[in-house]
Design a protein around this ligand. Sequence first.
Ligand code: ZN
Length: 510
Amino acid sequence: MKSQDQAKWDELMARWQEIYDLDGVSALLNWDQSTYMPSGGGAVRARQSALIGRLAHERRTDPAIGRLLDELDAAGVGREAESVEAAMLRQLRRSYEHSTRIPAAFAAEFVEHLSNSYSVWAEARPRNDFAAVRPYLHKTLAMSRQLAEFFPGHAHPADPLIDEVDQGMTVAKIQPLFEALRRALAVWVAALAQKPAVDSHFLQRHYPKAQQQAFGEQVATAFGYDFTRGRQDETHHPFMTKFGPGDARITTRFYENDLVNALFSTMHETGHALYEMGIDEAYASSVLDTGTSAGVHESQSRLWENLVGRSRPFWEHSYPALQAVFPEQLADVDLDSFYRAINRVQPSLIRVDADEVTYNLHVIVRFGLELDLLEGKLSVEELPEAWHARYQENLGVHASDDRDGVMQDVHWFSGPIGGSFQGYTLGNIMASQFYAAAVAAQPQIEAEIAQGSFGTLHGWLRENLYRHGARYTPDELLLRVTGSELTIQPYLAYLQRKYSQLYGTLPALP
Ligand code: ZN
């Protein structure tokens, strides 16, 4: 790079680092709000979040960034499409163009509104008080539609909201994939409903929190989570968040009458954190220092939670250790019974507790509701009933209230309506693709998991996936790592193999 170009490059990187740090501060405020902040802090926290959001937005949309991008383009910097410079400029351009379409006042109002909405939801959900959140949801829907309008030329109002988190994805691409998956899962859920019930009552014995926490942290460490660059705290709705390259935190919640809820949530958030912790140090605090999409992120949380954490090889090694932690509670439970219990298929109300077979039906229901709300086919008033109706139709279950119905997930109460759910199922689909590629490259992975060793899998994922951060788009990354585009076949094959082994042969798909 010529020296005048180098100076421009350095200025652009320095400007981005300030944005990155403001985003980190914003994440820290959110983490605190979701973990330790007393409820009295809510009003001022909303104001603080809005302030940081506004400052970040001002910096993101500073015309100097547009000018630097244009000048570096004109000078031919990043002309080599495969170079890191090209990837950085592409992602910076994407951020700049995205942010400049959204007026600063709108962005600030939305952040403040969502912060208030979250606080109201957190108090209203235990009271089952949908009326309290309804006006907030109205405004969120109106603002989500308005947000989509800042991106003209989209085929569906959800498209720009989806593209923001799952770059390159659209309703038109997702819907046929989800519909094919829904049809397949419906066949298997119906078949599994005919099988004898699996006993899992022993998972609901008394399991003291301290031991659960210690065991979960041991598993996270074994997977590769680095507690010198992160920590675990408690929250209502578990999440992973990153404040910077050396601080990627996980959260969970403990139920003393449930052995595995916190454990699988810890594995899940650990998967997210491994991705963030594994990004190449050369990209630290740059625009590439983040996972490339919601779907790819979720592929890593689900990979560690399900493909590893709910697998028989994992428990061949770990079950004796778990029994040693809870000798009385698990004295009469053998490995096979435990393995069957943690993989019990049972249509239920709560997405985050759902088994692997029914899980995506929860997501597909929410995705459909989001589309209908955005299209104006469904009103906020009708939403609670529509929720119940679709649960009845797709899962055959009916919540007795809105707490476990429409108020169940934090997403619509803390973020836009649109774009917030498809990533979960895209992640499940991609997890199987990535895992199959890892095992094809390193066939010893499953035998190592059965020895309690995860280094080969973690190393392969870090080398092929994590270290790239946002260098490649989700499509590019998937193709690069697996040699294939997005396809549900490996996922269906995985489910069929696993659940046929557990329950007896599942019906072939039409
Ligand atoms: Zn997740």
